[in-house]
Design a protein. Structure first.
Length: 118
């Protein structure tokens, strides 16, 4: 079964295989939308807020996501395991580079074409 992940910042979505973390699913498809850092939960670059859907978290560094933030729906995409379709917003350190609401869609500061939609 495949779950859909919708990234509000870039209005893109992609499938996530059952049991995979959101960041890995995005990378395996060659997609962009969530900044990629250490992939191990220690840098906080892939920090997101889940807006809708059910999920569970693997162990998260409290330096990146506090207990209070986690209770409010914040997570790291590299530690986020969806249990249903998810809608999320990228809020990590590089979120501005991935936000089309600012008039242009950029990857690490370089303008890109419109985001790929599936």
């Amino acid at each position: 079964m495949s779950i859909r992940i919708h990234i509000e910042n870039c209005d893109d979505s992609f499938p996530c295989p059952d049991g995979s973390n959101v960041l890995r699913a995005m990378e395996c498809l060659g997609r962009r939308g969530i900044p990629v850092g250490c992939r191990g939960g220690g840098c906080g670059v892939c920090k997101v807020k889940v807006l809708d859907g059910r999920y569970r978290n693997e162990a998260i560094s409290r330096a990146c996501v506090s207990t209070e933030e986690e209770a409010e729906g914040y997570s790291l995409a590299c530690k986020l395991i969806p249990e249903s379709d998810l809608s999320l917003r990228v809020i990590g350190k590089m979120a501005r580079s991935f936000d089309i609401s600012r008039g242009a869609f950029h990857f690490y500061g370089a303008p890109a074409t419109a985001p790929h939609r599936s």
